[in-house]
Design a protein around this ligand. Structure first.
Ligand code: FNU
Length: 245
């Protein structure tokens, strides 16, 4: 078999797996379009906020702040309310990426967020490991903070998005603070991949503008978990998104 044929077969296999992932999962079905970014650092607050917004968020995203504060055992406790996304922005050599992703999925996470700038082999290892556990990979294409487009320039973030698609990732992370970039990145990946977008609320992005630009989910943290009434705040975002339909 020629290298070209082998590569073509691999591509077809990746697309098939992608489709299976999308149709087989009940986990990332969009009901409200909201992912809670749970960056509180203790278990009691994490469970309190999550139980308050249960049913109003389609997933809970956790990262270093909470996991370093509580340990990975928090995942099984949060999973009772919603699927958990591990935002570890995995960015290492393939072997280390695999070891990290194995821990993530063994702990019960439904998805992991990884960096794409590490290149095709690192990304492929994350996707392969996720597939072994029936999990999903989101690839950061461009970051949402003001300095986020310093190195993630237009062409770099588009290249990363294209690589995410080629690697069989489930989706990309794109900045709600720059809806025009969400729109452009959507044209790069087409409709096969999901877009999850952080930057709504505390970072100044608007849920409606982000969804209009082509995101499937908005990621909202501080403006929900720091609110006096997190449920009311989540409800406001839900209604804002619903008005678009
Ligand atoms: P909030 N996050 C982000 N921008 O904000 N994973 C990115 O480009 C990115 C992220 C995360 O501002 C951030 O770490 F790739 O309080 C935090 O957990 O609403 C959340 O998204 C945003 O939180």
């Amino acid at each position: 078999m020629s290298i070209k044929t082998a590569s073509l077969i691999r591509q077809i296999d990746i697309s098939r797996r992608q489709r299976e992932n999308m149709t087989n999962t009940s986990e990332f079905q969009r009901k409200t379009g909201i992912i809670l970014a749970l960056d509180v650092t203790d278990e009691a607050s994490a469970l309190e906020v999550t139980s308050e917004v249960a049913g109003l968020v389609d997933a809970v995203k956790i990262g270093y702040p909470l996991v370093l504060g509580t340990g990975l055992s928090i995942v099984s406790k949060l999973s009772k309310y919603a699927p958990v996304i591990a935002d570890f922005k995995v960015a290492d050599i393939p072997n280390t990426d695999r070891l990290i992703c194995e821990h993530v999925f063994k702990a019960g996470c439904a998805a992991v967020i990884v960096q794409g700038f590490t290149g095709p082999d690192s990304l492929a290892e994350c996707v392969k490991t996720a597939n072994e556990f029936g999990g999903k990979v989101f690839v950061v294409s461009e970051m949402s903070h003001p300095g986020g487009d310093h190195f993630f320039t237009d062409s770099v973030s588009k290249e990363i998005a294209a690589l995410a698609k080629k690697s069989g990732a489930f989706g990309i992370v794109a900045p709600a603070t720059r809806p025009e970039r969400v729109k452009e990145l959507r044209t790069v990946i087409g409709d096969d991949l999901k877009i999850i977008s952080p930057g709504v609320g505390a970072q100044g992005g608007s849920a409606a503008d982000t969804i209009k630009a082509g995101a499937d989910f908005v990621i909202v943290g501080r403006s929900i978990y720091n609110a006096e009434n997190p449920r009311d705040e989540a409800m406001k975002v839900k209604v804002e998104i619903e008005k678009l339909i």
